[in-house]
Structures are given as structure tokens and as C-alpha cells.
Design a protein around this ligand. Structure first.
Ligand code: PMP
Length: 284
């Protein structure tokens, strides 16, 4: 297993960054996760576009030109002989003597790792996952994919301890924002596909955008708006989307069955359409 750190390809176990890296000290950095399915990068352009946006919002310079980053990514896939894998890209503001203010001449740190994955067990697709709801205690720039993830770390652990796969975070108005590491979707009791609109309140998932695109292509209507936990509990179907889970059915929210308790047809159809959009067979 090979990692990339600031211009060098190194064995994963020996890859390291400086102790005064601002990612380590301030969570002053951003990241992307790109799934590799059958040797192909899923939605690579979308992820790189969002990476560019995250960097710009935080005034972190590119460590290398975007074109060079693409070449490094290709090289990482090759060196790791990645077939089904997750590629993790992290850029921080770099190492500098500890000071809250930006360093004057920052040398951003670029780290890329690649991990083989077996994806989720098929049972998850057959049975669907459980989610639990929790207050959204994050900051107000959730549109930036920053490595500051403590609320999500705590949320995922809480979900895990409750026997759930994912936590759905809820804002002060009682509306679901998103999952700890995914976007949240429902098909309402009236049969309308709903997912929250992009804003500072959520991370605009690349998988989310692609699913909306395939829904549009297939003439499947949808609404981009917030929904409450009560509306989700009364929904016909629910699912989550992310680069690592694609679209995964939710059959239980806070211990309550959704619809008939089995994965719904629209979620399944969208998952299939998304895999077609990627041009691969479903690895599950
Ligand atoms: N929201 C949050 C908070 C996330 O962490 C993620 C996954 N990183 C997503 C949504 C889904 O985004 P994507 O489809 O780009 O993986």
C-alpha cells in the first residue's frame, strides 16, 4: 500500500506529516473521498470541483496545480492496483509555528491514501439500515468539506452504540440537515422525492448531485427542501447518499419502521440509475 505525501510516494506505514501541521493542530484543512469502482474513479470531476471550492472558501492555496493532482491520483490508483477502493485526499494549510493567524507563506500539505474496500455487505441493501436522529451541533459553514469532524465522530459513535448505521442531524427548527457522513433523502407519504437544498447548512454531496441529475434524466420529480423528523417517520421510503454508500436504503429511524420496513422501490431505482451513470455494475 502506497501513500502520497507532499511530492513523494511512500509505503503507507511510513507516511507522516510534521507535528506542527495546521491540520493536526487546528483542523485547518479540507478533504475529499473518491470511491474507485472496478478501477474507475466515481464522480472524480465533481469531487475535484468541490475540493477547489473548499480551498477557496478557506483561502488555502493549491499545493499543486489541479492538473497535477489528477496525475497524482491516477498514479495512486496505478501504484495501489486499486480496483474497489476509497481514495482519500487531504489538503491542509501546512506546517508552521503554532499561531491562529494564517502563515505568511503557507506551503500546504497534500496527503493521499488509498484503501481497498469490500463495500457494504449485501445484507445492508436487502434489509436497509437504521438511523438515529440527534441535534446538529456543528458550525455554520457545513458547505465546506473541512477535516473538523468532531461532531460527526461523536454522532457516528452514538449511532453505532444505538445499533444504527448512521446519525441524522437535526437543526434548531426540527428539520433534518443531513447524515453524519451522508445526505438524507425521503419519499414522502404522497410519493414525492425530497432532499434538503444546498446551503451553508449542509455539505452538497457529489453523490447527491449525481442522483438528482439521474432523477431529472429519468423524469422523476423531486423537491429540494428541508423535512422534519416527523415527516421522515411518516415517509414511504428513506435513504442516504454518499461517495462510499452510493444510495443506501433506510428502513428504521429512531427505532421506528419506515414504510413497510423494507427498502423502497424509488431508492432502489435511483441506486441502479446512479450505478449506470458511473458506468459500473453494483459492487454489492
Ligand atoms: N454530508 C456529509 C456531512 C458528509 O460527510 C458526506 C460525505 N463525505 C456527505 C454529505 C456526502 O457527500 P458525497 O456524496 O460527496 O460523499
Amino acid at each position: 500500500r502506497i501513500a502520497y505525501v507532499n511530492g513523494r510516494y511512500v509505503p503507507h506505514g511510513q507516511a507522516s506529516v510534521h507535528i506542527e501541521d495546521r491540520g493536526f493542530q487546528f483542523a485547518d484543512g479540507v478533504y475529499e473521498v473518491v470511491t474507485i469502482v472496478a478501477g474507475r474513479l466515481a464522480d472524480e470531476q465533481g469531487h475535484l470541483t468541490r475540493l477547489a471550492r473548499s480551498l477557496k472558501e478557506l483561502s488555502i492555496p493549491w499545493p499543486v496545480k489541479p492538473r497535477t493532482l489528477r496525475m497524482i491520483i491516477t498514479e495512486m490508483v496505478r501504484r495501489n492496483r486499486a480496483v474497489n477502493a476509497q481514495l482519500y485526499i487531504q489538503i491542509t494549510r501546512g506546517a508552521a509555528p503554532r499561531d491562529f493567524r494564517f502563515p505568511v507563506n503557507p506551503a500546504p500539505t497534500l496527503v493521499i491514501t488509498c484503501r481497498r474496500t469490500a463495500f457494504q455487505p449485501p445484507a445492508l441493501l436487502d434489509k436497509g439500515i437504521a438511523v438515529v436522529t440527534m441535534p446538529d451541533i456543528r458550525w455554520q459553514r457545513r458547505d465546506i468539506k473541512s477535516v473538523s469532524l468532531l461532531p460527526q465522530v461523536m454522532g457516528k459513535q452514538k449511532a453505532h452504540e444505538a445499533g444504527a448505521f448512521e446519525g441524522w442531524m437535526v437543526d434548531d427548527e426540527g428539520q433534518v440537515t443531513e447524515g453524519c457522513s451522508s445526505n438524507a433523502w425521503i419519499v414522502t407519504a404522497d410519493g414525492v422525492l425530497v432532499t434538503r437544498q444546498p446551503s451553508n447548512a449542509i455539505l452538497n454531496g457529489i453523490t447527491r448531485l449525481s442522483i438528482l441529475e439521474v432523477a431529472r434524466e429519468q423524469g422523476i420529480g423531486f423537491q429540494e427542501r428541508p423535512f422534519t423528523v416527523a415527516e421522515a417517520l411518516a415517509a414511504r421510503e428513506a435513504f442516504i447518499s454518499s461517495a462510499t454508500t452510493f444510495a443506501l436504503p433506510v428502513t428504521r429511524i429512531d427505532g421506528q419502521m419506515i414504510g413497510d420496513g423494507r427498502p423502497g422501490p424509488l431508492g432502489r431505482r435511483l441506486r441502479r440509475a446512479y450505478m449506470d451513470h458511473l458506468g459500473v455494475a453494483d459492487p454489492l
